[in-house]
Design a protein around this ligand. Structure first.
Ligand code: CO
Length: 137
């Protein structure tokens, strides 16, 4: 699998407003995108940091993946996302290498991306996302 670079780190937050005060304030990162993904039960905010991003994730409901994460572990680092050029190829490579996947097929991410998650058991306890950016027309 060829990973081009780190695309973003995902951070689970209890209080999006308070987290944004920190990230936009003392940490000085500009907010560039905000999107609610109802099928994942999450509100995501992207902040720019150089070529990469921080993705703040707030649960819309306790009974969602991020809601359950927050209940179990509290707020903090949630996942690391690597950028790839071809997510279908990356998933094929991951399968060939015997890596356990959470997503057998790519699904819709925020900002027109295609994303898939590898199982943290396959990646040393780090929930790992791969991201293919949208085609630029
Ligand atoms: Co992400």
């Amino acid at each position: 699998m060829r990973l081009d670079r780190i695309d973003h780190i995902g951070v689970a937050v209890d209080d999006l407003g308070a987290a944004l005060e920190l990230y936009r304030g003392p940490l000085g990162l500009p907010e560039v995108h905000r999107e609610t993904v109802s099928e994942q039960g999450v509100e995501a905010v992207l902040l720019d940091v150089g070529e990469g991003h921080v993705e703040l994730l707030a649960a819309l409901d306790p009974d969602t993946p991020v809601g359950r994460f927050l209940a179990k572990r509290g707020p903090g680092l949630h996942h690391v996302a690597y950028r790839v050029t071809d997510i279908d190829l990356a998933l094929r490579d991951a399968r060939t290498a015997g890596l356990r996947l959470l997503d057998e097929e790519p699904r819709r991410g925020i900002r027109g991306t295609r994303v898939a998650f590898l199982h943290p058991a396959a990646t040393g306890g780090v929930l790992t996302e791969i991201v293919q950016p949208p085609e630029v027309h």
